[in-house]
Ligand binder design. Structure first.
Ligand code: MTE
Length: 432
């Protein structure tokens, strides 16, 4: 694992450069193959694979179909992986890995790259022996197999999941050098499943039903209290992500999806939903996932994730290699609706210019933004600031601290600053 304090990834840069070369070579190499001539590499050329040579991969047949029954990325993309920060947690079973945001495009996180957060390791569940129980304040308790769940009408929904602790290490100042580590506890996939409302209708809610207690089948048996309003609004019991069954690390075979709300409540390996008339005040909503305010009181039930954004490129793990035309790219999201706009600053928040939103701009989903500019080698202080459809503007870290003090970990949606040095290297900093 690279040291996140430094966050440099030479392998990343090498593969990117060779990709550029490959792209430029395409036309010439194709012509050589069509003519059926093996062209020798000219003297002084580093690789015979470069034009006007005929690359080795063009000189023999490749692997046949189904040589990879389940596809995987090119071997040259081997450094596009989740990473962890070893000193952050005591064990790998109760830990977190981070999404490589700086190496991804668009808004959908591939199934093998979304961050994972487990409290008791990954449960490997045999779906034939898994059940979802719905009980408590219901007319007809249910014990559902996976097949039963799949017989209900389905919905598809793209949603981001952000851990409430995302950027938590940054409360006390700039810590980790890379957006993978500062902002990588977020992913966004398309879920397929059954609206929870539909399952609750099947069970028949009693009139005093107010709260739900979803529980996981992992060793942590995680539980959270969820208000009935959310359950009847847009909650989903999901069994697929990005078109295939959930991956074990994301809750196979069933997980709760609560669009826009803190990831901790999205119970994985879902085995039980108890319906009650008041919250249970479990560990995850009392000693954890609350925030001690300066006046000594604690914020609790902070469910929705406020609007946030980060520049993913350039960033400390993705330095600027060339002057001139530069594509700045980033992600924005809000747990309270769609992103209305993103502004970008090159000078630490003195001047702001509107970024360009591109692709799908969806309610409670990651949104991709771009800002193109000419870089002449001067130092930059890059920032992005999201505004959501409620009109809420992403705050500065200083404003957050003024309001919430220094005891928080969770819900840090403050504006991130990347310092671009004249040599193109980039550091995580804070501006006063
Ligand atoms: N559900 C169970 N059963 N056990 C867990 O440890 N971790 C929670 C939540 N659901 C957890 C769980 C936390 S803290 C987060 S942030 C999200 O799952 C992470 O989801 P992911 O691993 O799919 O990214």
């Amino acid at each position: 694992m690279p040291d996140p304090k430094r966050g440099r990834e030479p392998a990343d840069r090498t593969s990117r450069r060779s990709f550029l070369r490959g792209g430029l070579a395409l036309g010439a190499a194709g012509a050589g193959v069509a003519a059926g001539r093996a062209v020798a590499a000219p003297a002084g050329t580093a690789s015979p694979n470069l034009p006007p040579g005929v690359p080795e991969w063009s000189q023999s047949l490749g692997e046949g179909v189904v040589s990879r029954p389940y596809g995987r990325p090119s071997q040259f993309e081997a450094d596009v992986v989740r990473r962890d920060v070893e000193w952050l947690t005591a064990s790998r079973q109760s830990s977190v890995s981070f999404t490589p945001l700086h190496q991804l495009e668009g808004i959908i996180t591939p199934n093998g790259l979304g961050f994972e957060r487990h409290h008791g390791g990954i449960a490997e569940i045999d779906p034939a022996e898994h059940r979802l129980m719905i009980h408590g304040l219901v007319e007809k308790p249910l014990m559902l197999t996976l097949e039963d769940v799949k017989r209900f009408p389905r919905v598809n929904r793209i949603a981001f999941l952000e851990c409430a602790a995302n950027s938590g290490m940054e409360w006390k100042g700039a810590q980790l050098n890379g957006c993978q580590f500062t902002h990588g506890m977020v992913h966004c996939v398309m879920y397929t499943g059954v609206p929870l409302k539909r399952l609750l209708e099947e069970a028949g809610l009693k009139t005093n039903a107010r709260w739900l207690l979803p529980e996981g089948a992992d060793a942590a048996a995680m539980t959270r209290s969820v208000p009935i309003e959310k359950a009847l609004d847009d909650a989903i019991v999901a069994y697929a992500m990005n078109g295939e069954a959930l991956y074990p690390e994301h809750g196979y075979p069933l997980r709760l999806v609560l669009p826009g709300w803190q990831g901790n409540m999205w119970v994985k390996w879902l085995r039980r939903i108890k319906v009650g008339d008041e919250p249970w005040h479990t560990r995850e909503e009392t000693s954890k996932y609350t925030a001690l305010m300066p006046d000594g009181l604690a914020r609790r039930f902070t469910w929705a994730m406020d609007a946030k954004s980060v520049i993913t490129n350039p960033s400390p793990q993705a330095a600027l290699h060339r002057k001139g035309f530069t594509v700045l790219s980033g992600l924005a999201w809000s747990g309270r609706g769609a992103i209305r706009g993103v502004d970008v600053s090159l000078d630490g928040g003195r001047n702001w210019r509107p970024a360009r939103l591109d692709g799908l701009v969806l309610d409670k989903a990651l949104t991709r933004f771009y800002y193109e500019f000419d870089w002449s080698g001067e130092p930059l202080l890059l920032q992005s600031r999201a505004v959501d459809e409620t009109g809420y503007v992403q705050p500065t870290k200083a404003a957050l601290r003024r309001h919430r003090g220094l005891n928080s970990i969770y819900h840090n949606n403050g504006i991130q600053t990347w310092h671009v040095l004249p040599n193109g290297e980039i550091e995580n900093v804070e501006v006063a």
